[in-house]
Design a protein around this ligand. Sequence first.
Ligand code: SF4
Length: 255
Amino acid sequence: MLISKHELVALNEKLETLPPQEILQWAANTFPGRVAIASSMQKPTTALIHMAAHLGLDMTVVFVDTGVHFPETLALRDELIRRWGVRIHTATPAKSFEEQYAEYGRHLYMHDSETDPPGYQECCELRKELPFLEAVRGHYDCVLGGLTRSEGGARKNVAMLSLDPRLGAYRLYPLANWTSEQIDEYIAAHDIPVHPLYAQGYASIGCRTCTTPIKPGEPKRAGRWRHIREKNPALAAEGMYCGLNLEDKKPGNTP
Ligand code: SF4
């Protein structure tokens, strides 16, 4: 289904007024059998997965296993399958982490690719973006994600519904106008399992190689690619993303 620019504006206005469950239902009705939820097992998308499962909606979860996730991340994925019978498609990079190391002769994630290419940007592209695009393109017309405007940075103005030309599909962020407190309340109210590393000071969780806990007062994304920012302080904590979301790929926001 192709939505004209004019319709997209009107649709966004309408979606802004709906609760997330109704937005999920709208997506399921509008793109029957062609809706995915992209999740890295963080709080916002586990809430979305719960909503979809609770409503009995036909949606597939797409999870990219970079090969260097925390074991807790994989355990949470498996727990959601066990608990709610969720259909999860795990996409994987073309090469294992070890094969990638052998090809380049070094760990790309350790290098600042602006001054020392190839580096972490290429690593994210190889291990996250390309497997994700391959898993989605041609298979789904609408891909839900967990971005919220309250995260700030590149996400502070994210549209609820937009076309992602890389995917040939619409990106939909049903929690765009929710705060992290609202997400926490939903999770608590429905006894949703959460990633155990949140309780250990992690605020945003990606690959174990590039994620650390945050210190008091630091922004939520300060734990991501800390080793790169320490080498290149010009890279703002809130300006570094893995590139899965088009919104994050504006100049200056990569990887
Ligand atoms: S987060 Fe780090 S290890 Fe994971 S894909 Fe990106 S650069 Fe590679």
